[in-house]
Design a protein around this ligand. Sequence first.
Ligand SMILES: Nc1ncnc2c1ncn2[C@@H]1O[C@H](COP(=O)(O)OP(=O)(O)OP(=O)(O)O)[C@@H](O)[C@H]1O
Ligand SMILES: [Mg+2]
Length: 370
Amino acid sequence: MFISRIRLKNFRNYDDLDIKLNDRLNIFVGNNAQGKTNILESIYLSGFGKSFRTNKDRDIIKMDKDMAYIKIEGQKRYGDISIEMRFWKNRKKEIKVNSLSLIKLSDILGNLNIVIFSPEDLKLIKEGPSERRKFVDREICQINKRYCHSLISYNRVLYQRNNLLKKIKYDRKLINTIDIWNEELVKFGTEVILKRREFINRISSLSRLMHRKITDGKENLEVKYLSNIGIKNKDGFNEIYKNFIEKIEKNIEKDIDRGFTGVGPHKDDLGLYVNNIDIRNFGSQGQQRTVALSLKLSELEIGKAEIGEYPILLLDDVMSELDINRQKFLMKSLKNVQTFITITEIPEIMIPLVQEGFIFEISKGKVKKR
Ligand SMILES: Nc1ncnc2c1ncn2[C@@H]1O[C@H](COP(=O)(O)OP(=O)(O)OP(=O)(O)O)[C@@H](O)[C@H]1O
Ligand SMILES: [Mg+2]
């Protein structure tokens, strides 16, 4: 899939932008604070319905204006696609896919598949488990809507069960009502675990290959699913369900005491090891960045396998953080992927690699094709 045109009105620092794009490579060059990332943000918004930089929709509306407009046109394997979004200061945003209004925001997922890699992605490695869960969930949701529903249901039941736990502490007889919540929690939770395990197994073997290539065979990356339920690779729905419910029942007094549920996929983590060393705590900055890159490139392959075509890749400010060999490897491995790159300057060494693409110069919210 690829995007052929972007139109922006009153979006961030753009008044009115209309650009046609290259179906392979698009590079946005410019000094800091000129509007490079803003363009990537508009693409991301069209894929996910929300931004990677803010939860507040009104932030993206140009200062002193009342409405922002984004239109993305592109092509997928089975035909054209257009996504239009309107954001208002005091109203809910409106989204249209191929001119039809969406009723639920989550219905936007799966129309434009996007993989983004930015310096922020180091968080995925360095910060707590919730960043890694977010990564896994976002990726699976893009390719599997049912998973998204199971996850939303799981979180809803978890919230309700936690509320009940707090009440039981002061009114013991309410404990009779917890079984029904346990069963619901474990049912949705098992669905979540099964999908996460499948995804992590796939990303584990793909990212190991990627990582070998990027590091010239020197580093062996292992990605592991860490769950506090204790699941094995051969366990099916019934085994996981049984394990999970046993743990929930065993922990009931602890849960009541603390007022929240201690076991379940909401505590999952991703183990990341390079040559058997836990990279989350002991990796160098460069190693951590390379692991993040390997994970992201694997996402492209998973997207391709699932939907039959490569997702669109957004690379925000990452080129300058990689050494020359890694930059070259990256450019070579992106031959069939529409890629958007932001950069402050194109280094000499990259010029022969970017010749087929479009280069846009960005200054103060104005874009000029070079
Ligand atoms: N709602 C808004 N209205 C007007 N301008 C905005 C709004 N939000 C952000 N900006 C402006 O957009 C610019 C930042 O754009 P962007 O983040 O795309 O920069 P960039 O070119 O990627 O810079 P860098 O190289 O530093 O990453 C800033 O000048 C900022 O003030
Ligand atoms: Mg930027």
